[in-house]
Design a protein around this ligand. Structure first.
Ligand code: ADP
Length: 436
C-alpha cells in the first residue's frame, strides 16, 4: 500500500495542532469558568453580608439581585422578585440545607420558581432565619456569549494559519527526502540531507556501485568469452577449409588435424570452465558439504597431474604433517587443488619443483602449494584472480590455460569461507596458501 508522505504529514500535523489548540482552549475555559464561579459566589457572599442588616422594606428596591428570606423551617418569608404565595417550602434547597448546617451555603442550579439557571448564596441570620441572595446565571454567561463570535473568529484565523504553516513545514520536512535522489547519484551534492538517512543512502549507494560493477564485469566477461571462443573457432574453420579444398599434402593434413584437435580441446576446456563458474555463481547453500580427508583429494589430483609434470620436467612433492579433515564440497576442493597444482607445474621452469603441504598451522587447517617457477610481478599479483586475466597470454594458451582457473579457485575459497594468500617473487617462485 502506498501513501503520499506529504499529504500524510500535512494532515497529521494539521489535526494534531487543531487537537492541541482545542484541548488548550477547553482547559482554559474550564479554569475560566471555575474562577468566574468563585468570583460570583464571592460577590454574592459580600452582598449577603451587607444586606444582612437591611430592612425588608428597603430590600424590595434591589433589582439586580434576587433576595429571599426563609424561615428556619423552610417557609419563604420574603422575596423581592417573586410572589411568596406561590413558592413552596425551601427547607430542602441545597444552599438552605448547607446554611442550616454550617452557617452558609452555595450552589448553582435551576430555579424552580423562575425556571432559570441561578447562582445561590445563603447565610444564617442571628434570629435563625436565612438570607439568600441569587444571581441569574444567564446574565453572567451573557458576557461569555458575547465573546463567543470573537472566539470562533480567532479560532478560524488560527486554523487558517495552522493549515498554511502545516503546508510550509511539510514542504521543508519533505525537501531533504526529495533531495535524496540527487544525493545517491552525486557524492558532492550540496543540498541539505538528513543525517539519520545517511546510513540508508550509503547502503543504496554501495548497492548502486555494486550493480554497476557487476554489470561492467558481466559485459567484460561476455566480451572476453566471445573473444576466447572466436580465436580457436577461426583456427579450426581455417584448417578445415584448407583440408576441404585439397590444398595440402599428407604431412600438412596431419599437422592441421592436430591443430584442429588442439583448438577443439581449448574450446572444450574453456566451455567447461565457464560452466563451472556459472555453477559456482548459482551455488550458495552448504547442503552438498561433507567431511573428508584433504590428503585423499590432494593425492588423487597429484596422480592426475603426474603426466603433465613429467612433460614439463617438474617434480611433485607432497608432505602431510597432520590429518586434516574438512567440511567441504569434495568436487569443488578437487577443482581447487587441481587448478593450483596445475598452475604450479605449467608456470614452472625445467627441472623445477612443486611442494604441496597439508598441515595445521596455529590450529588452522592449511593447504599450501609452493613452486620454484617463474613467479608473478607485484603489479599482477592482485589481478590474477580476475576472470581471463593472464600475465603472459601466449604461455597460458600454449599450456592449455583458459584464464579462469584462479577465478574458480577464488570463488570456491569464498564459498567455503576460507582464505587465500599469495606470495610470489618474479623469477623465484610462487606460494599459495589456503586456510580452511
Ligand atoms: P590460466 O588458465 O591462464 O593459467 P589462471 O586463472 O589459472 O589462468 O591464472 C591466471 C594467471 O596467473 C596465469 O595466466 C598466470 O599468468 C598467473 N599464474 C597463476 N599461477 C601461477 C604460478 N603458480 N606461477 C606463476 N604465474 C601464475
Amino acid at each position: 500500500m502506498t501513501v503520499y508522505m506529504r499529504k500524510r504529514i500535512n494532515t497529521q500535523l494539521t489535526f494534531f495542532t487543531i487537537f492541541i489548540i482545542t484541548a488548550v482552549v477547553s482547559v482554559i475555559s474550564i479554569l475560566f469558568y471555575d474562577i468566574l464561579k468563585k468570583q460570583v459566589f464571592e460577590d454574592l457572599r459580600i452582598n449577603a453580608c451587607l444586606l444582612k442588616e437591611i430592612d425588608e422594606t428597603q430590600l424590595v428596591n434591589f433589582k439586580d439581585l434576587r433576595i429571599t428570606k426563609i424561615d428556619s423551617d423552610g417557609i419563604v418569608l420574603f422575596d423581592n422578585n417573586a410572589d411568596i404565595g406561590e413558592m413552596d417550602n425551601h427547607a430542602y434547597r441545597p444552599e438552605i440545607e448547607q446554611a442550616k448546617e454550617k452557617g452558609f451555603g452555595q450552589c448553582v442550579r435551576r430555579s424552580d420558581t423562575l425556571n432559570r439557571n441561578t447562582f445561590y448564596y445563603a447565610i444564617n441570620l442571628d434570629d435563625g432565619k436565612i438570607l439568600r441572595v441569587a444571581h441569574d446565571a444567564a446574565s453572567i454567561f451573557g458576557i461569555i456569549n458575547n465573546i463567543i463570535p470573537i472566539i470562533i473568529l480567532v479560532f478560524l484565523v488560527i486554523l487558517l494559519i495552522i493549515i498554511i504553516c502545516a503546508r510550509f513545514i511539510t514542504s521543508r520536512l519533505i525537501q531533504p527526502i526529495i533531495n535524496l535522489t540527487n544525493y545517491t547519484n552525486d557524492i558532492g551534492c550540496s543540498q541539505p540531507i538528513y543525517t539519520e538517512l545517511l546510513p540508508f543512502i550509503n547502503t543504496i549507494r554501495m548497492q548502486h556501485e555494486d550493480i554497476l560493477k557487476n554489470a561492467k564485469m558481466r559485459q567484460d566477461f561476455t566480451a572476453n568469452v566471445s573473444h576466447e571462443l572466436k580465436t580457436p573457432l577461426t583456427a579450426i574453420s581455417g584448417y578445415a577449409e584448407l583440408i576441404e579444398n585439397d590444398l595440402c599434402n599428407t604431412d600438412e593434413i596431419i599437422h592441421f588435424s592436430k591443430e584442429i584437435r588442439h583448438n577443439s580441446q581449448r574450446l572444450l576446456s574453456l566451455i567447461n570452465d565457464i560452466i563451472k563458474l556459472s555453477e559456482l555463481d548459482n551455488m550458495d547453500d552448504k547442503s552438498s558439504f561433507e567431511f573428508f580427508d584433504l590428503y585423499d583429494v590432494v593425492s588423487k589430483c597429484i596422480d592426475m597431474l603426474k603426466v603433465t609434470a613429467m612433460k614439463n620436467d617438474v617434480s611433485l612433492f607432497l608432505e602431510k604433517s597432520d590429518d586434516i579433515k574438512i567440511n567441504a564440497n569434495r568436487e569443488m576442493i578437487t577443482e581447487l587443488v587441481y587448478n593450483l597444482c596445475d598452475n604450479a607445474i605449467r608456470y614452472n621452469n625445467k627441472n623445477g619443483r612443486v611442494d604441496i603441504y597439508i598441515k595445521n598451522i596455529d590450529g588452522k587447517k592449511t593447504f599450501i602449494v609452493s613452486d620454484s617457477g617463474i613467479g608473478i610481478a607485484p603489479e599482477h599479483q592482485e589481478r590474477i584472480f580476475e576472470r581471463f586475466y593472464r600475465v603472459d597470454k601466449s604461455r597460458s594458451r600454449q599450456t592449455g590455460g583458459t584464464g579462469l582457473g584462479l577465478a574458480i579457485v577464488k570463488h570456491i575459497v569464498s564459498l567455503h569461507s576460507a582464505s587465500i594468500n599469495l606470495e610470489s617473487k618474479l623469477g623465484e617462485g610462487t606460494k599459495i596458501t589456503i586456510v580452511f
